[in-house]
Each structure stands twice: as structure tokens, then as C-alpha cells.
Ligand binder design. Structure first.
Ligand code: ADP
Length: 271
């Protein structure tokens, strides 16, 4: 009986549609919740330096006979808050630009030894200031199709964290290796480590294990989410191994040849 088959078919189909609609609804609700949380986090993070600046400016203005030294001191503090605000805005812009789904990627063959040497040269003064030894180990020449600017920022974040969350007289070892398909960058530090219960959240936007310490070191809590986005844009993988008080290792694995995303082809109706 064709009618019977037809109605059974429609029913199953209806059920499938209803179930996928439900899944979509759950996803949309989650996304909306995530979006609201993100907006509220952004507002909070941007407001904090503003509040400090306002307090600093108000207290200076309320003292009619403030000395030049006092002006200097307060203006230095205001300047630091402006720098912080600037860093948060830059990180947020990077996050938007480096979105895996909407961001554009500009890949070209890149010498990774050179890229890492440049990053380390830029970060060396920070390492010296923190009394941390910065070591680079390269196991071979590697050229890969990557977005130089984005990858540079992603790896800088990892290495800068390894320096920031280290201990006095600690070390950071960065290594580069490759096989016939992938290249591997490993960042190992002798630092404070990340307790296991926080390791899942570490890549979330604005997440910081120790907010006070992170703020003190100029952190925004956006660095690792930017890094993860960049690795994902390159179809790579990032992993973390850490033990509280016993150092942290981040490993990044990215294909040597860039895999372009499949073009969207409109689904044919029927058939
Ligand atoms: P932040 O700007 O706070 O450094 P990130 O997104 O880069 O933000 O890192 C998130 C948090 O992960 C940091 O606040 C810190 O608590 C922790 N973290 C990141 N890297 C390390 C590391 N190498 N050692 C210990 N903790 C780390």
C-alpha cells in the first residue's frame, strides 16, 4: 500500500526534522548564551581600565595644588591603563579576524626556523627581565604553507605565557621538528604549571587561572583562544600537558601543506 508507506515515510521524516530542529534550537540557545556571556565579559574587561583612569583623573583634578611630580606619577598610571585597554582591544580584534569560520587566511611558504628566531629575538628582553632562560632547538629546516602574521602571533602567545608563568631562574625550551606531513612546535617551561581541573577551560576566552597574577603580568585571558583559533585555521591541533607546580608543555601540530576549505556547493533540491 503506497499510501501507508508514504505516511510512514513522512512520519519518520517529520521525526527527523523535529529532532534536528530541536538540536538546532539547543545549539542556538547555547550560542546565544555564549554570546551574552562574551559581551558581558568584554564590557567588564573594557570598563576596568576606564574606571581606574577615571579615579586617577578625578583625584588629580580634586587637588588644586598638585605638584609636577604628582602629575607625572598619575599620568604614568593613566598611560599604563591606556596601554592595557589598547591590548584588550587589539586582542579582541584579532579574535574576530581569526575566526575559523569567517576569518581570511593568507598562506605562503614560510621558513619556520626564521619565523621562530624572529619571535624569540622579540621576546628575549622579556625573558631577561623575568630571569628566564630562553632556549631554541631546531631539528631540521622546515618550510610550510602558513599565514606568517597569524602563526607568529599564535606562537608568541605560547612562548610569552611560558615566560610569564615561570619561576625565578626558570627556563623555556622551544623546539621545531617535522615529518613528511606535519611540523611540530613544542613549548616547554619550568613554570608554575596548570592544575588539571583548569586545563579544559584554559582555551576559553577571558579564562585565567589566577586573575590577579595574569592582570599583573599584563594578561587579557584572550591569548590562548587566539592561538587555538589560528591553529584551527591551519587545520592543526594544539595539546597541553601540565602538572601544578611542575611546568607546562604545549604542542602544536600543523600540516606542512595548507588544506584549503572545501567550496560550498548549494544542495540540489530533490534527487
Ligand atoms: P593571559 O592573557 O591571562 O595570559 P591566556 O589566554 O594566554 O591569557 O592564558 C590563560 C590562562 O592560562 C593564564 O591566565 C594562565 O592562568 C594560564 N596559562 C597559560 N599558559 C600558561 C603556562 N605556560 N603556565 C602556566 N599557566 C599558564
Amino acid at each position: 500500500n503506497i499510501e501507508e508507506i508514504d505516511s510512514v515515510y513522512s512520519y519518520t521524516e517529520l521525526e527527523a526534522v523535529s529532532s534536528s530542529f530541536n538540536k538546532m534550537l539547543i545549539k542556538a540557545k547555547k550560542l546565544e548564551g555564549g554570546r551574552q556571556e562574551f559581551v558581558s565579559n568584554v564590557s567588564h574587561e573594557l570598563k576596568t581600565p576606564m574606571t581606574s583612569m577615571k579615579v586617577l583623573a578625578d583625584s588629580l583634578l580634586s587637588q588644586p595644588d598638585a605638584s609636577v611630580e604628582m602629575y607625572r606619577e598619575f599620568l604614568t598610571d593613566i598611560n599604563n591603563e591606556i596601554e592595557r585597554e589598547d591590548k584588550i582591544i587589539n586582542d579582541l580584534l584579532s579574535l574576530v579576524k581569526f575566526d575559523r569560520k569567517t576569518g581570511t587566511i593568507n598562506v605562503k611558504p614560510t621558513d619556520l626556523n626564521e619565523l621562530l628566531e624572529q619571535i624569540l629575538k622579540r621576546l628575549r628582553p622579556i625573558a631577561v627581565k623575568n630571569h628566564v632562560e630562553l632556549i631554541f632547538e631546531s631539528f631540521r629546516a622546515v618550510t610550510a604553507e602558513v599565514d606568517e602574521v597569524k602563526l607568529s602571533l599564535a606562537l608568541s602567545n605560547l612562548i610569552e605565557n611560558a615566560i610569564k608563568y615561570n619561576k625565578e631562574d626558570g627556563w623555556v625550551r622551544v623546539s621545531l621538528n617535522a615529518d613528511h606531513k606535519f611540523f611540530f612546535v613544542k613549548v616547554v617551561d619550568s613554570g608554575i604549571g596548570i592544575p588539571e581541573e583548569f586545563q579544559d577551560q584554559i582555551f576559553e576566552r577571558f579564562y585565567r587561572v589566577d586573575k590577579a597574577r595574569s592582570r599583573g603580568t599584563g594578561g587579557t585571558g584572550l591569548g590562548l583562544s587566539i592561538t587555538k583559533n589560528v591553529v584551527m585555521m591551519h587545520h592543526g591541533e594544539i595539546r597541553l600537558y601540565s602538572k601544578e607546580d611542575d611546568g607546562t608543555t604545549f604542542t602544536v601540530r600543523i600540516p606542512l601543506s595548507y588544506i584549503p576549505p572545501k567550496p560550498h556547493t548549494a544542495k540540489k533540491k530533490g534527487g
